[in-house]
Design a binder for this molecule. Sequence first.
Ligand code: IPM
Ligand code: MG
Length: 352
Amino acid sequence: MKATIATLPGDGIGPEVTAEAVRVLETVAGKFGHEFKFTERLMGGCSIDKYGAALTDETLADCKASDAVLLGAVGGPKWDDPNAKVRPEQGLLGLRKALGVFANLRPVRPHPALLESSPIKPERLKGVDVIVVRELTGGLYFGQPKSCERVNGHTRAVDTMEYHDYEIQRVIDLAFRLAMGRRKKVTSVDKANVLETSRLWRTIASAAAADHADVTLEHMLVDTASMRLVTSPASFDVLVTENMFGDILTDEASVLAGSMGLLPSASIGDSGPGLYEPIHGSAPDIAGKGIANPIGTILSAAMLLRHSLQLEREAAAIESAVDAVISDGCRTADLGGTMSTAQMADEIVRRL
Ligand code: IPM
Ligand code: MG
């Protein structure tokens, strides 16, 4: 097949890991007889430096016109001034909203050879296979009003938590669909004892469960869920939650895998290109050294093949190659090893 993939390497280690994921995709294209056309654009801090905006109209248009978007990471200390008018993160949030990718899938399945890399006791990690479905285009990160102003001699900052029923419905439906192809359990995480948005969330999740008799629905408060993720992580199958809770819980869940550098994500909507990115950030402390773990981005490329191009065999081929390099002891610095970003990718490419 022919496909166009927009790449947004971004800032920090973003360009290093994206380059390796592109190399893996090119190898897959060669092996399986596909033609992938890559168009690279600036997004994030690098785009602010060049154009004064984190996401330009041209970059957005290119992303919308492609079959999928592969992103590295955005942000860094250079753009971190809290008073700055433009921030790299605005580009990422704006892109997610503009692409309508309302569901962010973050699978966490610790590799048996890496159980010792996690601070969690190995016996608790056995059998862990969870996919977090994070609502991505609503809630506190997007609700209006959003402001910071002087009121009666004090400075008042406001963020708004807002959800429409349809925004909850579509992400809950997706979680149930995913659960059907897995262990048929959905844990819906909210704060229904305090928040109105969570009570609406819970009502909609319960109604969806009535339509999916063979899937078990469990409601869990977010504070409890944050504890259970480390005390009994194997009890989760599909965990679905609103935007900010999902942001926080997925960083926590990444600890189960042994390193954040391993974890991919897919952001998808009803139609149009999906957005694929590792869950780690731009890691300014190791940027430019060529030592970042490229696996999170390479596995994101596998999710791109699966979810945006329907190339399941090709996606599975990348995932098997990644499993194999870990079994064979290949380790970058985040996993206590000495391999470079490029060496790790070489080993993956060799096993495809
Ligand atoms: C993530 C990141 C982003 C988010 C930031 C960089 C805006 O933390 O993808 O989890 O909060 O969504
Ligand atoms: Mg985050």
